[in-house]
Design a protein around this ligand. Sequence first.
Ligand SMILES: C[S@@+](CC[C@H](N)C(=O)[O-])C[C@H]1O[C@@H](n2cnc3c(N)ncnc32)[C@H](O)[C@@H]1O
Length: 355
Amino acid sequence: MSDEALTLDGQIASAQQELFVPGAPNPLPGPLEGLVHLVHGDSLSHYATWPSPTLIVSDGAYGIGGFIGDPRSPSGLAEWYEPHVAAWSCNALPSTSVWFWNTEIGWASTHPLLEAYGWEYIQCCVWDKGMAHAAGNVNTVTLRRFPTVTELCALYVRPPQFEEAGDTQTWLRNEWMRTGLPFAEANIACGVKDAATRKYLCTDHVWYFPPPAQFSRLVEYANLYGAHDGRPYFVLPAWANKRKRGCKRAKFTCPYGKTNVWQRPPLSSSERVRNPDGATTHPNQKPLDLLDQAIRATTGPGDVVWEPFGGLFSASIAAALAGRQAYAAETNPAHYRAGVARALRTVPVAQDSGA
Ligand SMILES: C[S@@+](CC[C@H](N)C(=O)[O-])C[C@H]1O[C@@H](n2cnc3c(N)ncnc32)[C@H](O)[C@@H]1O
């Protein structure tokens, strides 16, 4: 542990008492300031003040009555998440990703809402906790199902949206149709045998955007031979030009050997935050290593990570340890205090350059 960390460790007790001011933003002193921004309160009141995120790590309601305000059943989840998803959509960049933690049924209940707000599903990762999670003897005769030892973490991104056409695939096809030229001529335009009609201008899932050279040829041809009154064709909206200047699509890098099954035992007792009486401080505390993996896969050093449902601020701590900037909120005062103390204890010890 570094001297700096020791100094901070000494501040924890006072942090728990003195730094807690209901509703106060970022009470963290010293090295944490600028890296970790933790507020006590409702994230809905703070989204507008946070910088736009590269990543949102959502670990909110599960529909199991797990914390005050968590609906008692998954059927209430879409309503619970809607104001948050609406706010994420307003504040997101074209490059923002969301990791959405939940149970199987909790995710299934919320997926249509995320899609309705323009979030594109990429994949679902499964945290397999193994048999260690099925404590004691599991009586499947009484249970009448396989023992559940998993949680899910689903990845979403924001596909570019065109005002009238919606998605890129529809926009590309609509623009060609506006020219009045036959579809087969798109192959001549692009100098390909039939990739234009079968890949670039199709309506099914094998679609992909033409490579830059073919796209340039398509644009040139359409504007030369397409109907006069519809010109210009294939004019990209302003956000697409912004993207070219560095506002890129969602980030993703995955080390070789990782898959979407995250085999990892339940949280160990050494990582678990406990109250002085030994009781678990937060029942939903997530492992730092899984959060680190998800954060590094979808962000770069210095990027902004939001954790709207902080708990003990596991995602913010993992983000800061990886050299990202974290913005988080927690409504429960006891969890907030414990989370702030944990951040003070943890972050300066292992800060790295975040490769
Ligand atoms: C599932 S727990 C998160 C646990 C966290 N991932 C961890 O590892 O410690 C959800 C937390 O979100 C908090 N919460 C619920 N609604 C909130 C809101 N609107 N704003 C801020 N916090 C909220 C709850 O009090 C609860 O502690």
